[in-house]
Ligand binder design. Structure first.
Ligand SMILES: C[S@@+](CC[C@H](N)C(=O)[O-])C[C@H]1O[C@@H](n2cnc3c(N)ncnc32)[C@H](O)[C@@H]1O
Length: 454
């Protein structure tokens, strides 16, 4: 592939005798990976019986490589949220943050949701995950992936980092800044990134990263952890951004990232002041492991920070909406859902635990969208189907992934079953896939129109 000349010259200078090995990887095919959803299945056990030939990614316990001739993105298991197709090196980022269930976590630059889905799964749907994306178009894909993965503790927001910082000073235990960057590490995967590249663009990205990090710092609580990552090689956006951060906020401390599975240290010699602590950061090099280029740094805030003083969100769902939902629950489910029920128009939603007041923010999705009240009836949302376990549904239509019916259903067609059971959960090999309504022998299709197979 054709690489920008100035990029080639710069990397030759930086990498010196390692440069030939580095440039040789551009002749190879890109590496493919998927990350299995532990909310839905046991990754190790599933990988052994999966319809793809999977081998483990050494630095991510839920990550697997698949072969270039396979297409897991087109399998109904993908639609059922069993895995996320993700560039393997990108999987190391959420591993460095590793939030615990119950924490307050922010993914500040989140679309399309690779890391959000990984963080949400690590949190076992407990606590609060705020997934923010500044671009209104990209936020839609983020919300869809959150839904597909079955995340119920996640609020998807479409804001600037500055607006969030105003609302949430000192609020978060953990923050991920997976920064917009010049994308040098993705040239092999995305040739367009190469056409976009220039030295001036690298500087522009670095300036933007610094602004985003200022907001992130403001939102961290005392003792809170920040992970910063890029998919680029340039020292200006990596070691030097962290150098700037450490100089600007002298209470921040770099924490070591384990160098397992091929991760290498950051490069102190690429900072302006030769900061030795940059070895704690991690670099993922495409010529040193099976994956593209990435940089990851982990920092802890030491300064005493006034605890967040904001209000909690209050339940506001009309009684009638909850009554209709409870009726649906009685008819279709064995389990009852508790929590803070709120309405956005006809939408009925249950918020994540201890969710803060969200007024004034552009909220795309808040917690679990249970369904909509339509003409005095409750219609369950696709998100609810994907957040359930099959055992929770009273009526299940389990289709084989190899069957014609699953493809028909995915396309939006009705199915003939002969039954009359009302709302039923359509599943693929035992994994929830969508809602259907079985009336007088026919299952009416509730697979969302925008997600159907075409
Ligand atoms: C590297 S991508 C994030 C990838 C994502 N974390 C994932 O794993 O799927 C960076 C994101 O930052 C967003 N972004 C661009 N400018 C931004 C800004 N000024 N503040 C915050 N986010 C920004 C981009 O739209 C993009 O979606």
């Amino acid at each position: 592939m054709r690489l920008p000349e100035a990029f080639v010259a710069k990397m030759k200078k930086l990498l010196d005798e390692e440069a030939d090995e580095f440039f040789a990887v551009y002749e190879n095919e890109k590496i493919n990976g998927l990350r299995v959803n532990p909310l839905k299945t046991d990754p190790g056990a599933w990988a052994k019986t999966a319809p793809f030939s999977l081998s483990p990614v050494p630095f991510c316990p839920t990550g697997f490589y698949y072969e270039p001739d396979e297409q897991p993105g087109k399998h109904p298991y993908h639609a059922a949220g069993l895995y996320y197709i993700q560039e393997p090196s990108a999987m190391a980022v959420a591993e460095a943050l590793r939030p615990a269930p119950g924490e307050r976590v922010l993914d500040l630059c989140a679309a399309p949701g690779g890391k959000t889905t990984q963080l949400g799964a690590m949190m076992e749907n407990k606590g609060l995950l705020v997934a923010n994306e500044i671009h209104p178009k990209r936020v839609k894909a983020l919300a869809e992936n959150v839904e597909r993965f079955g995340l119920t503790n996640t609020v998807v927001v479409n804001e600037t980092p500055e607006a969030l910082a105003e609302q949430f000073p000192g609020f978060f235990d953990k923050i991920l800044v997976d920064a917009p960057c010049s994308g040098e590490g993705m040239f092999r995967k995305d040739e367009e990134a190469a056409s976009f590249w220039s030295p001036a663009y690298v500087e522009e990205c670095a300036a933007r990263q610094r602004r985003i990090l200022e907001s992130a710092y403001a939102m961290l609580k005392e003792g809170g952890i920040l992970v910063y990552s890029t998919c680029t090689f340039s020292p200006e956006e990596n070691e030097q951004t962290i150098e700037w951060l450490l100089e600007t906020y002298d209470d921040l401390r770099l924490l070591p990232i384990a160098k397992a599975g091929g991760l290498e240290p950051g490069r102190p010699e690429w900072t302006k002041t030769n900061r030795s602590d940059l070895v704690h950061a991690a670099r993922l090099w495409p010529h040193r492991l099976k994956g593209e280029g990435h940089f990851v740094a982990k920092l802890q805030k030491q300064r005493s920070t006034p605890p967040w003083q904001g209000r909690r969100a209050k339940a506001n769902a009309p009684k009638a909406a909850i009554r209709l939902y409870r009726q649906f629950e009685q008819e279709a489910l064995w389990t009852e859902r508790d929590g803070t029920f709120v309405s956005f128009g006809a939408h009925l939603t249950v918020l994540p635990e201890r969710c803060p007041d969200l007024s004034g923010l552009k909220i795309v999705r808040a917690g679990l969208h249970l369904g909509d009240v339509k003409k005095e009836r409750f219609e369950p949302n696709h998100a609810l189907a994907l957040a359930l376990r099959t055992e929770e549904a009273k009526h299940v239509l389990d289709l084989s992934s190899a069957s014609r019916e699953i493809v028909q259903y995915w396309r939006g067609e009705t199915l003939s079953t002969g039954g009359d059971r009302g709302w039923l959960l359509v599943a693929v090999d035992g994994f929830p896939f969508a809602w259907g309504k079985e009336v007088k022998g026919t299952v009416k299709n509730f697979y969302p129109k925008g997600l159907r197979l075409v």
